[in-house]
Write a protein that binds this ligand. Structure first.
Ligand code: URA
Length: 238
């Protein structure tokens, strides 16, 4: 792909704006030579204003989502995109969230501009387990673990039974829960179904990938080995 289109697709501006950047000799090869609009250099060799480019097309990034940010590009701010370089929203295809976390939820959120990868991660057929830690308003009753694991729980207004989920009790009002589905407000509604209320919800892992030490509000590019880790874990079985 020609340089103008390549940079425009990465959100560096309209084609006309990118042409202007090139005319101003602000787009250079790593060796310092100004690049030509028709050139097709390697991603890693391109600099704009002496800076490395944003992650290449087909990238997956992880974001440690803080509470209060919405997983949408056109909702009431603040949006998760406010935590990322502005260009990520302007890419074509755009850097889209892989599934969602509620506004008040925190933790591991993945984004990608690769539609197939997005589908592969969210597809129920991938059975990628998602693990959340929750703080609850009321003490656990004691029967939640068996009920969630049973595959007999039905959420209000959902005709389908929930797939079995794994609950680890961490304290009287604290638990870790692993689910393989991605229904609307699923974890909050599961605890509501047992008479409780989720006060805080943090996603700690997707598949084999954990949030690790990524600070809240920060993002990082996933390396190929991270994607192997993501898909390496077997489907969660209760
Ligand atoms: N389940 C929920 O209820 N909320 C989230 O943000 C994620 C899972």
């Amino acid at each position: 792909m020609k340089l103008v289109k390549y940079l425009a697709n990465l959100g560096y501006g309209s084609r006309r704006e990118v042409e202007s950047l090139i005319a101003q000799r602000r787009v250079r090869h790593a060796n310092g030579a100004a690049l030509d609009a028709r050139s097709t250099p390697e991603h890693a060799d391109i600099r704009v204003d002496d800076r490395l480019l944003d992650p290449p097309p087909g990238s997956v990034i992880s974001l440690h989502k803080p509470a209060g940010f919405v997983c949408s590009s056109n909702d009431v701010p603040p949006l998760v995109y406010d935590l990322l370089p502005a260009r990520f929203r302007l890419r074509s295809p755009m850097m889209a969230t892989i599934g969602r976390l509620d506004r008040d939820s925190t933790g591991l959120l993945l984004l990608t501009d690769d539609g197939q990868m997005n589908h592969r991660i969210t597809s129920p057929r991938s059975h990628l387990a998602k693990t959340y830690e929750v703080d609850l308003a009321r003490e656990l009753r004691g029967d939640e673990q068996a009920l969630f694991a049973s595959g007999t729980l039905r959420l209000e207004s959902d005709p389908e039974l929930l797939a079995p989920a794994v609950l680890h009790v961490l304290g009287a009002t604290r638990a870790r829960i692993t689910v393989t589905e991605g229904r609307y407000h699923q974890v909050r509604r599961m605890f509501a179904a047992v008479g409780n209320h989720v006060q805080s919800l943090a996603r700690v892992s997707i598949g084999g990938l954990t949030i690790g030490s990524l600070p809240e509000g920060e993002w990082r590019l996933l390396e190929p080995e991270d994607l192997v880790t993501l898909f390496a874990s077997p489907p969660s079985t209760p």
